[in-house]
Ligand binder design. Structure first.
Ligand SMILES: Nc1ncnc2c1ncn2[C@@H]1O[C@H](COP(=O)(O)OP(=O)(O)OP(=O)(O)O)[C@@H](O)[C@H]1O
Ligand SMILES: [Mg+2]
Length: 332
């Protein structure tokens, strides 16, 4: 058993990657009764200490990927390693080195807030004294001291999520898996959780985060993979991904009339348009190297007989990257 934790044997798929803490090799999942690959030949490498993101729309395969890495989902083919441990061959060992926050509330409703932490430590083999100390310390760190004796039913969504994160790190896992950690939270709770993740990151915690919020991926992740239909479409730093769009302005135009015709017209008449898309009742135009983009767009549209109802310009976002790759919006 020790060899798994001490490091990869030479010749194993983990060999030669000292700071690599997650690796997948052609990892694939086909759920029974389905005829498509929920995850399709995934090759991923996550380094120690980074926040790595899986960004993709509903059904992209984010939870399935996390599920296989955390032993909940059995891969159909391929391999996955966490901390050098093969998750299929040694699931119990793999569980020792990971912390998991799932997409749904998994707090034990029969226990108090403090007990949810304490018994988690005991379950992971911590002596009672250590589990007690860790539970006390984490309640304080996550600003939940006042709620220690309360039922978990008393917690707001944001507090319950904080408690799940506290619980997931209590046994000091090498790698923390967070599946859509801020989905459904109010903006204040979301920011509070982002701050917590920042503190954990600064302390060296490796985090694999799945999200469909592009702002979250952009702000938190050192590197991220954009996923759709079980495949990685692009993988880089947020800045690298945004630079890959090859545009410096993203213009959204809302207008009445034939939007396909308007998109074609702007494509033809405006300098620096690299691509244009008809999306969500408007047009998205990617523009590069134009000093001033809005006036010529309005002029061209009006000359073409369109009435522009709304116009906005932003820098490239991760959503622009997704649109460039798939032709559709991240949120649809
Ligand atoms: N237990 C299951 N049985 C059959 N199909 C499943 C199962 N779980 C997921 N799927 C399918 O696999 C695909 C990937 O789902 P997955 O939950 O991994 O996506 P996701 O990126 O996490 O999406 P979301 O943003 O909705 O959480 C989807 O098409 C989904 O319907
Ligand atoms: Mg999911």
């Amino acid at each position: 058993m020790a060899t798994q934790l001490d490091g990869p044997a030479s010749g194993s798929p983990m060999a030669g990657a000292a700071d690599e803490v997650i690796r997948t090799v052609e990892l694939t999942k086909v759920y029974p009764g389905t005829d498509f690959k929920a995850v399709d030949g995934l090759n991923l490498s996550v380094r120690r200490g980074e926040i790595f993101g899986l960004l993709g729309p509903n059904g992209a395969g984010k939870t399935t990927t996390g599920g296989m890495l955390t032993t909940r989902v059995i891969p159909t083919s391929g391999q996955a390693f966490v901390g050098g441990v093969d998750v299929v061959a040694h699931p119990a060992l793999a569980k020792q080195v990971i912390g998991v926050v799932t997409q749904h509330n998994t707090l034990d409703r029969a226990l108090t807030v403090w007990e949810n932490l304490y018994y988690h430590g005991r379950f992971f083999g911590m002596p009672a004294k250590d589990a007690r100390q860790a539970a006390d310390q984490l309640l304080a760190q996550f600003h939940l001291e006042k709620w220690g004796k309360a039922s978990v039913f008393a917690l707001s969504g944001g507090m319950a999520q904080r408690l799940m994160v506290a619980r997931s790190i209590l046994h000091q896992p090498d790698i923390l898996f967070l599946d859509e950690p801020t989905a459904g939270l109010d903006p204040q709770s979301r920011i509070a959780l982002w701050e917590i993740l920042g503190v954990l990151h600064a302390a060296g915690q490796t985090i694999l985060l799945t999200t469909h919020y592009m702002e979250e991926a952009d702000q938190l992740c050192d590197r991220l993979a954009i996923m759709d239909h079980g495949r990685i479409l692009a993988l880089d730093t947020p800045a690298g991904l945004k630079a890959s769009v090859g545009a410096d302005s993203i213009v959204t135009v809302h207008a009445a009339g034939d939007l396909d015709a308007l998109a074609a017209l702007l494509d033809r008449d405006i300098d620096g348009v690299t691509s244009s898309y008809v999306l969500d009742g408007g047009i998205r135009v990617h523009v590069a190297g134009a000093a001033s983009v809005l006036p010529p767009i309005v002029t061209a549209a009006e000359r073409g007989g369109f009435v522009v109802q709304d116009l906005s310009v932003t820098e490239p976002t991760l959503e622009a990257v997704f649109i460039n790759l798939t032709g559709k919006e991240l949120r649809d």
